[in-house]
Design a protein around this ligand. Sequence first.
Ligand code: ZN
Length: 314
Amino acid sequence: MQKTSGIHHITAMVNDAQRNIDFYAGVLGLRLIKKTINFDRPEVYHLYFGNEMGEPGTVITFFPWEKQIKGRIGQGQVGVTSYLIPKGSFPFWENRLKKFNIETHVSNRFGEKYLSFQDPDGLLLELVEREEGPINSWSFGGVQAENAIIGFGGAILYSAQPHKTTEVLENVMGLECIGQEGDFLRFKAEGHIGNTVDIQLNPTVRGLMGAGTVHHIAWRAKDEEDLLRWRSLLQDKGYYPTEIRERNYFKAVYFHEEGGILFEIATDPPGFSVDEPVTELGEKLMLPSWLESKREELEETLPPVEVRVLEGDK
Ligand code: ZN
């Protein structure tokens, strides 16, 4: 049976590139590990944030585009992105978010305490302590490695058809249902990170894609062979996966599950150090070879952005 070890990356849409960098790097202390463009729309950035090495299971990516109309979080989307923080760092994050005037909310699910908040575009995020995953040795601004976000804890899926989404998680992605609490079904994958996925059984409104919503969630495949096996499994089960797409840092297949959420399966290799050294990740605008001839034009059109320590965090 095919089993993913968990989430590979999550991709969302936002309006402003610098504001996005200031929040995910400046406030959350993640590392901008890749500054590239949307391969299908080169006039739009594609920004990747993750742990120091940009390992699968830690990576959130964004398409920042000013003209993008605002979306609505709801059915057919990833509703909430959960991040894993080290044991004992909950108070640090409560204070840090308060310091940046970010409203937080504390809740409990499956015996775990969650700190929920929104990013500047309205994306729903939460932090949860667990003794899992590798240490993220990246320190930035006021976030030192001891408190740094480790990677994804998981996500909450707002499915339009929870039972169909359950089926795809169990019978295609190979997660295991480990319980229900109120409106939530919980699934576990085998990996140590990005491994806990909840389905919210009664999301209220229909989701609309746009700024402030998640575009898709990607699951980990070990390598291209693994990805090919998944592609044929999907076809056998009546889904319509895309061809394998070359994404430079991984290869990927996309399909819509019946609950309306766009799923991707992405290979761990080659990873983000394929075109620049680990020490310099995210510093330069990286282009795929077929767009290298348009570099000058693209660099002029894209808004200038920088990773910077925020005021009051030095
Ligand atoms: Zn993706």
